[in-house]
Design a protein around this ligand. Sequence first.
Ligand SMILES: Nc1nc2c(ncn2[C@@H]2O[C@H](COP(=O)(O)OP(=O)(O)OP(=O)(O)O)[C@@H](O)[C@H]2O)c(=O)[nH]1
Ligand SMILES: [Mg+2]
Length: 399
Amino acid sequence: MLIGIVGKPNVGKSTFFKALTFQDVEIANYPFTTLKPNEGVAYVRVKEVSYEFGLKPNPKYGFVKGNYRFVPVKVMDVPGLVPGAHEGRGLGNKFLDDLRKANVLIHIVDIVGSVDEEGRYVGPGNYDPIRDIKWLEEEIDYWFYSIIKRNIEKEIRSMRSEKKDIIKGLAEILSGLDIKLDHIDKAFRDIGIGNEDYDALEDQEILFKLSSRIREVSKPIVIAANRIDIDIDVAKKNIDRIKREYPNKMVVPTSGYAEVLLKKLDFEGKIEYVYGDGDFKIVGELDEKEKIALEFIREKILKDFGSTGVQKAIDSAVFDVLGYIAVFPVATDNLTDSKGNVLPDCFLLPKGSKVIDLANEIHTELAKNFVRAIDIRSKKFVGRDHELRNLDIIRIVSQ
Ligand SMILES: Nc1nc2c(ncn2[C@@H]2O[C@H](COP(=O)(O)OP(=O)(O)OP(=O)(O)O)[C@@H](O)[C@H]2O)c(=O)[nH]1
Ligand SMILES: [Mg+2]
């Protein structure tokens, strides 16, 4: 699972990345601070199931905090995009190639409208952030289109002469972009192109439309309406406008700044903060500046918006937008692995995954020698084709 962080320059992408990964990256209030992609590990928040059984978990990766298991996912912060990037403006869009493997993108928008398209500071309220949604997605679509176009030009002749199924053909060509057959199939149906409609692929207008639809289904975008802390009222107005104009988009109000501070103080033992929660507890000595900042975060952000939104943004990306589920495999009825570790694993799987898919994720041998599985909660046997649900605990029995 790879989550890409995208947006124009100087909107808080690297700050957001730091809030997610706690990796020290360069942050500054001018455009093009980030020149090369940053890669790191973030964590999605899943209910900790051990506590239902009165057990203490031993996670093999990630960690437990509060009543949650934080499960690792990869994130990437890329340099800012400007209008015309696909024609080489700004830093161009070369680095977008690093996002080939992304499953979902988070678009960081400066929701208070304080920087223009190029990332220049213009002051809150002086730029309409809704504009970014359209042009930035178009730039990403152009990048996608150029990859698809390049690959199709190479293959179209042989596809035509061999009367190849173009959906399957495209899936092969685009496997490097982590695009599944389902994605392409859906895009073709949405645009109304048939299996052997080779002409459509040579019509650049249709090809752009198709590329854009494939991008939408294979790399959907969550909007992080960021920097809400700068001006709560302007932020709220703009969020409402985005929701009205784009009712189908997932929009999460965020403050990367607030999340970085809460995490830092939590690490320092000054507060107790479960990432993503709507409140924190003061447990250590704070200086005056910290007190004022925390008071502001509690009263103006957490109370109004429910959280800083940073955790919610990646959770929404993985669970709501991609529809992934979290499943806990175990080796014994005592909810342990063979060494006695309690619920050591938590797997993130695409919705619709079956018991056999889980077995395969654990080990291909386990899938090969699969005998049956047990749903620990219901204590019932389930077969290889049983569809898994979120937070299932599954014991797989093999030969
Ligand atoms: N008030 C406030 N400031 C923020 C927030 N997030 C980032 N900033 C500030 O915005 C400026 C830009 O932040 P960066 O994280 O460097 O932005 P970026 O989008 O990575 O910028 P480039 O790498 O240049 O594209 C810095 O001055 C940050 O301190 C936020 O949530 N609230
Ligand atoms: Mg940056």
